[in-house]
Design a protein around this ligand. Sequence first.
Ligand code: ADP
Ligand code: MG
Length: 258
Amino acid sequence: MPEDELDAMLTRLKLTAIRDQLDTLLEQAARADMTLREVLHLLCAAEVARKDERRIQMGMSIAKFPCVRTLEGFEFEAQPSIDPKLVRELATSRWVANGDTVLLLGPPGVGKTHLAVALGREAILRGYSTLFASATSIVTQLVRAHTEGRLEERLTHLAKPKLLVIDELGYLPFEANAAHLFFQLVSRRYERGATLVTSNRSVAEWGGVFGDAVVATAILDRLLHHSHVVTIRGDSYRLKAKRKSGLVRDTTTIAAAT
Ligand code: ADP
Ligand code: MG
């Protein structure tokens, strides 16, 4: 039984984890005096672990997160306005499966993007395709595609992921045409894909963001239908961390320095 033949078969079957770790795995099996069934279990487990890891890596790179953030890395004590129970429930990604909306609202620096990336990561771990983009980038993409006669293609692309994370809605107001294009995206995803929106504006102020009251109502109607809202109050985490380290005393020091 030539060894490279086994190697070739494992390659052909795409069992690359078993192929690469075969000696170690067989030694481990021999040491533990495993039955054949147990050995098969050990080999399959190694392969499944490798495939899962690859799938997650691929999902993370497709998602285009702007940074690496996890729920484990989020200090709930630093942000008492957030209900940890609600975030833990959202971490199960049931809302993603249902095609619901999550709104993370609050002033700058309170951890909206952190939580958005972390919840996106949880969704990927559970097998849901995810795409992260800023509201500005989505609008720019839609407007450009519209001008170039490729709107349909872009809408299809943005409607495909099971979860679309739209970061920083409201930092810049939309132009009238843009609000209408955004509405088309929201309505295409409605009750199919899940959407997570972060915003520094309250929902009541979104009408002003979209620039057109009728379109704003239509967008809100769909976004808020099955929604979970996390409103974060309090100070910027960044400033708080600096204050704690004694780098700055308070917000006015920062304002004076910049
Ligand atoms: P926002 O999107 O609300 O403006 P970010 O999510 O970008 O704020 O948070 C700013 C920085 O502070 C990020 O580096 C983020 O990881 C960190 N941060 C914010 N809140 C927390 C927290 N409660 N625990 C740990 N890190 C936090
Ligand atoms: Mg942010």
